[in-house]
Structure formats: C-alpha cells, structure tokens
Design a protein around this ligand. Sequence first.
Ligand code: NI
Ligand code: MN
Length: 227
Amino acid sequence: MIELTYYGHAAFQLIVDGHIVLIDPFLEGNPQAAISPQDARADYIVVTHGHGDHLGDTLPIARRTGATVIANAEICAWVKEKGALTHSMQIGGGYAFPFGYLKLTLALHGSSLPDGSYGGNPAGCLIHSEDGRRLYFAGDTGLFSDMKLIGADGLDLAVVPIGDNYTMGPADALQAVKLLHPKMAVPIHYDTFDVIRQDVQLWKKRVECATDTRVRIMQPGETLRID
Ligand code: NI
Ligand code: MN
C-alpha cells in the first residue's frame, strides 16, 4: 500500500512499504505547508530541481534524519558538501530503491540553486512500486509530447503543476493528462503565490469532461491511499 500526503505547493510525503520518501520538501516559508521541517520524517528526499520552492528544507531535514537525497548529480554534489547523504542520478536513469524503482524524467524548466550555483537539469520522477503501482511526479515543467511515453505503460497517479507562469497552466496541464492518461491526476503548484492563482475546481471539471481520468484535489495535510 502507498500513502501519499500532500504538504502544499509541490511537497509530498510518500510511504511505501514503511519507507518514507519526501518529495520537494519546501516547508519553511511555504504558506500552504501542512507540517514544520522539524516534524518531517524521511528515509529518502527526492529533489526535482534546485529552486527554493522545491529544494526547500532538504538540508536541515537530511542532516537531522540521516535521509538520503535523491537528485541529479549537480544538486547531490551541492547538498553533499553541506553534510547530506546522497544518491545522484540523471534524467533517463532509474535505480531500484527499497521503496521502488525511481527514474528521473525530463522537465522543461530551470534548476539553479539558492546561492546561484548550477543545479543541472530539472527533472520529474516516475516511481514504480514493488506491488506494481506507477506514480509520476512531473516536477516543474512545461508541456512536452514525450509525456505520452511516460504514460505508455499505464499510470495509477500523475501529479501535475497547473499554476501557469512558471509551469504548465490549466490548458496545457489538461493536454498533459491526455498524453499521460493516468487513472488519477493531482494538481499542484497553484495558489501558493498570487502569480499562480487558479480555479482548481474548474480545472477538475474540464479534465473530467475531456478525459476518463479522475482529478483528486488534495488539501495540504491530506493523505491519499493507493492500494
Ligand atoms: Ni522551479
Ligand atoms: Mn516551483
């Protein structure tokens, strides 16, 4: 069983077979944050790209918990120098972790680190759990047609940004759902800041009219169970 808890913006906690995986743990300064960095638990922390609203509290959480940071080689080198354990990867590569097989996927975006260091290429990730569930976290990205390949083997869940301005907006995110064809889609990366305000209920209606994907709007703090 997989338990997915939303912490607001693009932050999640994933528990797979007892392994705790944080994704993009931006908590301090996140107006939607459902947990404080001090209370976060983690065995692994996936960082999709270097921007502050994704890297977030990775360093303090990794230092306190001893969690391993999974990211591209550039982000890993940066956090390793600051005391975190790391597992570095690059886009297109996957690795069998105790929580499942994780592959870094393409994302059309930037990835500079908070001090201006080069953060490598931004990514999304595809997680294939041992019991056969497939989850896709798009990360911050614009629409790209290879999403069709990412969804080709079937997806139980796709987490997609809809906020516009920095990432796909609602119309492109609808196209993304059509390409990915997941059973369920969770919209993220909206309403955190004024510039990414969206009508998420309207997006849900549009997607559910145009596709057979179910849209699940998660409130910060809410947990979704995927059996
Ligand atoms: Ni970003
Ligand atoms: Mn972002």
